[in-house]
Design a protein around this ligand. Sequence first.
Ligand code: NAD
Length: 499
Amino acid sequence: MAPIGAETARLLDALGVDRAAWTDGSMPSLSPLTGEQVAMVRVSGAADIDAALDRATAAFRAWSRVPAPRRGELVRLFGEELRAAKDSLARLVTIEAGKIPSEGAGEVQEMIDICDFAVGLSRQLYGLTIATERPGHRMMEVWHPLGVIGVISAFNFPVAVWAWNAALALVCGNSVVWKPSEKTPLTALATQAIFERALARFGEAPAGLSQLLIGGREAGEALVDDARVALVSATGSTRMGRAVAPRLAGRFARAILELGGNNGVIVAPSADLDLALRGVAFGAMGTAGQRCTTTRRLFVHDSIHDAFVARLKAAYASVAVGNPLEGDVLVGPLIDRAAFEAMQAALAAARDAGGVVHGGTRVGEGASYYVRPALVEMPGQVGPVLEETFAPILYVMRYDDLDAAIRLHNAVAAGLSSAIFTRDLTEAERFLAASDCGIANVNLGTSGAEIGGAFGGEKETGGGRESGSDSWKAYMRRATNTVNYSDALPLAQGVSFEI
Ligand code: NAD
């Protein structure tokens, strides 16, 4: 096989990325597959960011006046370009984020899906007509474009999260400035090149409609603090959200926060254990435990605990771990050494708290970090179980009373995704009514949401919603308009003011 650097170069060329952006910059770009450096990426400086925001402001003014269905046409063309580039971009996602090929392809498919969704939405940005208490009046709410939308994204969904935001933001009449993770700049550059092909075909979009800023935390902070940015949609750790949220609030900017998860699954006595096994295995081990929706806590009923956990342990022991470009594996690498060290620290803390650890050991050596996923039998929900460690660690606990299990399930700081496996309708409904997460599922796992629903979570997950349902409303501003078509001027609430 060709070295990964050579393949990366071939893909970037094929995807139309300007060589200057990734050959002579100052930021090394590494592939977690081997740890090798595959590019040197140019970083956006303060002057670049300032100029980008000026362009984005002007682009917003022009784009907001383009009829929404016409804006949808640009997103439709982008979806076409993504379809044409799907295989190359998916492969680059594998190289840069370490995802197995079907997940790399799934990530690009998600971008295509949200484009389709947004195209339909471009003819459905509707408001309400509301009954008024005054005769001869009409009251309605109307949705207007918002402004420049800043997108800050995490390494683990290096391109799909931007697409969720950008496709909606663009049909809603906004311009977009994207600061991707410093760990995944290449897929961002490739996505920008693909978008620019759609722009060229569209022909009449303002310059600077969607721009890319490359850099680390400082570039993100520049978006957060700049009054020209109306909304920042920030995806990443709760630590990042804790830094960003007060700064945005300080200038009364809007925020969509999509932060960490600590997602739990309950396996009840009546569960179909085959389904539960597959749902938990994918949720906990898929993407090497590096999804915000990864299953991290498992509550298994006493009556089935030993049988189910034995099957799960067997699945953990047999799952193939390794370089996804070299063979049929289900678990690729951790993103970097820091992720490996955080995983080992969490496992040590689990042992100290009385946990029995299965797996979790490093596979191979060198500059890449592959691990066997860890299943940890815990005596209770203590220590590291209460935290998100962004690695494949599943903490398994027993329960005998569903209400107590649901209370434990809710007793963590994050509130993103949750699931129960049961064939008992009342148990399923009790769980759905009580789970405090933004996502609650029955008989499927915590991972792998579709774009049609609103995605996001409560508590320390940040409260944001993006993607489907009516998430588009976050990218627009609502005006309530009242029109008086009578000859009188009745005041609301019967107030009298005769002059
Ligand atoms: P991270 O918080 O380290 O970085 C995320 C992004 O925020 C990066 O682009 C980074 O440069 C930027 N950033 C960091 N500090 C910042 C600051 N103070 N101001 C402005 N920008 C800042 O996260 P990561 O390691 O890339 O991703 C993993 C985390 O993301 C996990 O906690 C995971 O659960 C979470 N995540 C959440 C969702 C969701 O939708 N809820 C989706 C994907 C990932």
